[in-house]
Design a protein around this ligand. Structure first.
Ligand code: NAD
Ligand code: ZN
Length: 341
């Protein structure tokens, strides 16, 4: 079969012929129809410091996909060939205190598909049945292929109440844009989205931002003054991983504000703790999805009319993967989908 392999410890990915996987009794074999490129895959492509110390080489990478089950292992129940599926990308151990107490999303030794173990940028993938999510028919193939980052967005956005709140979203990448659409649907009053990329701010506007601020041109403080929102934000959703954005957010929060932190800040990031303490701010880290609770929230939101289609900006056949990765690398796209057939 064809697969996108991190074959060498240098920039790039390679489309190669590899053996088809064989399933274990607890696994299913999925024929992949669509893959999507995640920011994590771009780190792996670029072979940055994080990738060098994390990714075993050679390995098939990738974790955002949808496809169809074509074979089920002998101990698998409730899944059959022909099922349209995607999968939770975090593998949990089942043995640690979190797993044993019914909070698998807090597993202390979880592994990432396509990061720590064989990924899904391939024609076929063998995956544990317990990670599989069956897709309802109202979810399109394209949207299904971005369920993993959509889940990050839903997990972040639904951590704090957004209805009637003033919400600051820093970072209008694909996940920030999906968060924006959820905040709009939840009935937030002001939804201010910041970025340093004009194209992405336009997308945020389309997804429901009431105001966007290009912080490379106007400071957030200045923009907030002009907009007349002087009391500060009650909810902050950090979606950029930028220390500058996070520090600006801390300054812009109202006393008692709540912050959900999805963006991965670089090691050694310094913040003004006085702002956290004297403004009595609550900061909550967000990682992945909150197990399948998030997955059902995702389908429920879509069924009740949430539209995340605009965040998908490019589609390529798998042979043109390099084009997709370059667009992502240069911040010139939303989500990029790679088609296997
Ligand atoms: P992305 O890199 O596409 O988006 C980040 C955006 O932030 C970009 O559009 C960038 O231009 C913008 N940005 C940079 N500096 C900024 C600044 N000073 N102010 C405002 N915006 C600024 O990433 P994404 O795929 O949308 O993911 C968002 C973040 O979440 C990333 O940091 C990613 O690493 C992280 N992430 C975390 C998890 C998790 O489980 N915690 C999962 C997926 C992604
Ligand atoms: Zn565990």
């Amino acid at each position: 079969m064809k697969a996108l392999v991190k074959a060498k410890g240098e920039e790039g990915l390679w489309l190669q012929e590899v053996p088809e996987p064989k399933i274990k009794p607890h696994e299913v074999l999925v024929k992949i129809k669509k893959s999507a490129i995640c920011g994590t895959d771009v780190h792996i492509y670029k072979w940055d410091e994080w990738a060098k110390k994390t990714i075993p080489v050679p390995m098939i990478v990738g974790h955002e996909f949808m496809g169809e089950i074509i074979e089920v292992g002998e101990s698998v129940q409730g899944l059959s060939p022909g099922d349209r599926v995607c999968a939770e990308g975090h593998l949990t151990c089942g043995q640690c205190i979190s797993c044993k107490t019914g909070k698998r999303y807090l597993c202390t030794s979880r592994k990432g598909i396509g990061v720590n173990t064989t990924g899904t940028f391939a024609e076929y993938a063998a995956l544990p049945a317990e990670n599989i999510f069956k897709l309802p028919s109202f979810v399109s193939d394209d949207v299904a292929s971005i369920f993993d980052p959509f889940g990050n967005a839903v997990h972040t956005a639904l951590t704090f109440n957004l209805t009637a709140e003033d919400v600051l979203i820093t970072g209008a990448g694909p996940i920030g844009c999906m968060v924006t659409a959820i905040a709009k649907m939840a009935g937030a009053r002001h939804i201010i989205v910041t970025d340093i990329n004009e194209g992405r701010l336009q997308l945020a506007k389309q997804m429901g931002a009431t105001h966007t601020v290009d912080v490379s041109k106007t400071s957030l403080q200045e923009a907030v003054k002009t907009l007349g929102i002087s009391t500060g934000f009650t909810v902050g959703l950090e979606m950029s991983g930028s220390p500058v954005a996070f520090n600006d957010m801390l300054k812009a929060m109202r006393h008692g504000g709540q912050i959900a932190l999805l963006g991965i800040l670089p090691p050694g990031t310094v913040i003004d703790w006085d702002l956290v303490i004297f403004k009595l701010l609550a900061i909550k880290g967000i990682y992945g999805r909150e197990g399948f609770s998030t997955w059902f929230q995702m389908t429920n939101l879509l069924e009740s009319g949430l539209n995340i289609d605009p965040v998908i900006t490019h589609r390529f056949p798998i042979e043109e993967f390099d084009h997709g990765f370059r667009l992502m690398k240069d911040g010139k796209s939303g989500k990029v989908i790679l088609n296997w057939e």
